[in-house]
Write a protein that binds this ligand. Structure first.
Ligand code: PLP
Length: 490
């Protein structure tokens, strides 16, 4: 009997590049035998001791194979899906010959998005944290790019200075002063998105065995960067006011560690949408100062506040009391594909980040930087932000109204963030967002299950709902589909 096995992207190379395999197996044991015999390289990646290893998750028509008897029949089952383990993100294991002391961690957020993107049926994507197409179109990039290329010619596509285009550094320094941070051009390094800023900070500050205190749930890509540089993570619960700093203090004391890094997303956090309260920002600065730790403040959603007033950045509050690397981005408010973000830190830290960047990409795309500069030269940035806030706050309202309509009296709950792209949706009665995910895909809607946002902590009962990308009509349709999936998994 033939079963279709779907492989997540990182596993495909081990199966000759195939995304799906047709294998003959009557049960899971038979499937393991088939993989062993026909795909030894894949077997080395996904099997241990004659069974699927703990570093992969296997679903049989959406059901977690760990809870199935190995002799359970596969008759009538449509697909078996093999994914890298969700906990803490995808794990790429090294071949035996070069196996080193550590794994390489990726992101199950990105894995989920690629699963959703490869659906052949029409799918409403509440999974991606990207700007809406309408927002990208507002920018008028064709005219910006034409102007830059006509004016600067090939120089617009040459190598750039590692620290960034001088005019862009000055623009960022100005933005940072508006955010209350004493910042000169020399305090800025332009990076390939906020993600590279985080990675460079990790390269500069993290040594194997260091401890990073992180929110739980958290933005996995950043946490994986810290782990890839050797950090162990201490996960601290976050609630509607962000990281519970008092609990962080207790957990640090209990573990008897001195944290090297505190990593936080203070505004409209990914995945929960929560904002770190002013009192907790103050407490965090105090705590980091006491341990002489570095705070990485990752703030790509800063400008996307829809209600209430901005809170001071942690970098502004710290004022020399604690060392802060502030990471910003043009991805969420301009064009993410340009890959332009930044870090702000003391000049000596910027110099070390620049040295690290020279081994990675030497400089951020010159064309991308000049397009950002041209947009700012035309004085359109603040008017653009006003339009974005209107666009996304309408989408947020629509998403919350649709959830209220479709999920009344179901026990499903969600929060009410003041900005950003995300809602954190909780399921009732021990239900799993992982099971819901499989059924949701069949109904044509996708989100990111809670597992993606923890290392050891369990967020199975929740999921990230991103309202940024679908249109308002698609939001309504997507939530209707979500309700159908919910009813089917009851
Ligand atoms: C909290 C957070 N930090 C950083 C990033 C990455 O941003 P960039 O595209 O600038 O690398 C994201 C994108 O999803 C994010 O949500």
């Amino acid at each position: 009997m033939s079963v279709t096995v779907r492989l997540a992207t990182p596993l495909r190379a081990a199966a000759g590049g195939s995304a799906t395999l047709a294998l003959d197996a009557a049960d899971l044991g038979g499937l393991v035998r088939e993989i062993t015999e026909r795909y030894p390289e894949l077997a080395a990646r996904v099997l241990r001791d004659g069974a699927f290893g703990p570093f992969v998750n296997v679903f049989v028509d959406g059901e977690d194979a760990r809870y199935l008897d190995p002799r359970a029949e596969l008759a009538g089952k449509r697909t078996v899906e093999i994914l890298p383990a969700m906990s803490g993100g995808a794990v790429a294991e090294l071949p035996d010959a070069i196996r080193g002391p550590h794994e390489v961690y990726g992101s199950f957020i990105d894995e989920t998005i690629s699963i959703a993107a490869r659906q052949t049926r029409d799918t409403v994507l509440f999974a991606v944290g990207s700007p809406a197409r309408e927002a990208l179109e507002l920018v008028g990039v064709d005219d910006l790019a034409r102007t830059v290329i006509e004016r600067d010619g090939s120089a617009a596509l040459g190598y750039g200075i590692t620290e960034g285009d001088p005019e862009l550094r000055a623009i960022v320094a100005g933005l940072m002063r508006e955010r209350g941070v004493a910042c000169g051009d020399g305090n800025v390094i332009v990076t390939a998105g906020a993600l590279q800023a985080i990675d460079l900070a990790a390269r500069v500050f993290v040594r194997p065995g260091d401890v990073a205190v992180v929110e739980s749930p958290h933005f996995t890509n950043a946490i994986s960067a810290l782990r890839n540089h050797g950090a162990g993570v201490l996960e601290v619960p976050a609630d509607d006011d962000g990281l519970d700093v008092a609990e962080a203090e207790r957990l640090i004391r209990r573990a008897g560690v001195r944290p090297r890094i505190f990593f936080v997303v203070p505004n409209f956090q990914n995945p929960t949408g929560a904002t770190l309260s002013l009192a907790r920002r103050e407490a965090l600065v105090e705590l980091a100062a006491r341990h002489r730790s570095i705070i990485i403040e990752d703030d790509p959603y800063h400008d996307l506040r829809y209600r209430r007033v901005d809170l001071p950045t942690i970098a502004a509050l710290a004022r020399g009391r604690a060392e802060v690397v502030y990471c910003g981005s043009f991805s969420k408010v301009f064009l993410p594909g340009l890959r332009v973000g930044w870090a702000v830190a003391p000049v000596d830290v910027i110099a070390r980040m620049a040295a690290a960047k020279q081994t990675v990409d030497s400089s951020t795309s010159s064309l991308g930087q000049r397009i950002v500069v041209e947009f700012h030269r035309r004085g359109r940035a603040s008017e653009h932000l006003v339009k974005l806030r209107t666009l996304y706050s309408e989408k947020q309202l629509r998403a919350r109204a649709a959830l209220a309509r479709e999920f009344a009296a179901t026990g499903v709950t969600w929060n009410d963030p003041d900005g950003g792209f995300y809602l954190w949706v909780r399921l009732p009665d021990g239900r799993s967002s992982r099971s819901l995910f499989a059924t949701a895909l069949e109904e044509g809607v996708a989100f990111v299950p809670g597992h993606a946002f923890g290392v050891a902590s369990d967020h199975t009962a929740a999921f990230r709902f991103s309202y940024s990308s679908p249109t308002t009509e698609r939001i309504d349709e997507g939530v209707r589909r979500l309700r159908r999936a919910f009813d089917r998994t009851a």
